[in-house]
Design a protein around this ligand. Sequence first.
Ligand code: KG4
Ligand code: ZN
Length: 332
Amino acid sequence: MLILGIDTSCDDTSASVVEDGAKIISNIVSSQDDIHRKYGGVVPELASRRHIELIWPVVHEAMHAAGAKFKDISAIAVTNGPGLIGSLLIGVGFAKAIAYVHKIPLVAVNHLEGHIQAVFLEARPGFPFIALVVSGGHTSIYRVDDIGIYKEIGRTLDDAAGEAYDKVAKLLGFSYPGGPAIDRIAAKGDAEAINFPRAYLKGSHDFSFSGIKTAVLNYVRKNPDNKKEDIAAGFQSAVIEVLVDKVSDTAKKENIGRIVLYGGVSANSALRKLMKKRASDDGIELFLPSTHLCTDNAAMIAAAGFHHYTKGILADYSLNPSAYMPLGSADG
Ligand code: KG4
Ligand code: ZN
């Protein structure tokens, strides 16, 4: 059964054809980094305009690469939130139009559920597992008891970890997205040279990353001649230690022996290394999906959409996107 997935939640236009929720037939991601780079971050209006230009060519390419025709597609799965509202509108509007014209069932997918489903495109972790979604827009810990059964255990109260990476990178003179640049130069620095604060929010599974960004800013102002490598390394270890401590702490408290890491920041080499060490020390089974499945892509949306479709959870033409759409939280 083929599902066409579409994701336009942020600054990447993506379409994918996935078979039976697990096998990627095609997965096209058109990055907009070139457009947003000079502004140091995503400009929502520019992102949605670019989605309008790219959506049809990207969907066409995904269908062509899969060798599929619309009559072969069982359902169209589209991200309807959370994300940038102008960007989401393009994907949802386009998916509705295709669904209507070709009489294909439509399925709505929460982008965060998509991230969590990404692991099933490569592996088969048993349930339950702990999921850490750590990207430019989100930093949350979930308990996943089954497909479709998610409980948010902690989340950032302010900035996402990737946002902190991007802001600190900008401060150090690197272009957007800054995470990979910090990752690269931190490897050449001394992580213990500067001790930036770690926001543990004692007794809570929540995160806070706005303080560290301010701490780096103040440090850079007071020490303009300091080595960028050491600043990057000090910042990075403060962020990744909190992420690893909190996710492994959650696994222990919930008595769960499996952890899966997702989102753009999970591509970070130091985070992967530290998490691998902690998992092996704690006897935890760790799943690290490939980078191209950790970052935004439509294959994960098609994978999640497959399960909605097989359960008969369909959307209709009144489907609208929503910028705020928490997954499995008390207020969701
Ligand atoms: O998941 P993603 O592609 O998009 C969403 O935000 O949903 O994540 C993008 C974020 C950016 O903030 C980027 O700087 C960060 O992931 N990132 C990294 C690395 N690669 C991407 N952060 C740290 N180290 C990396 N290697
Ligand atoms: Zn995402």
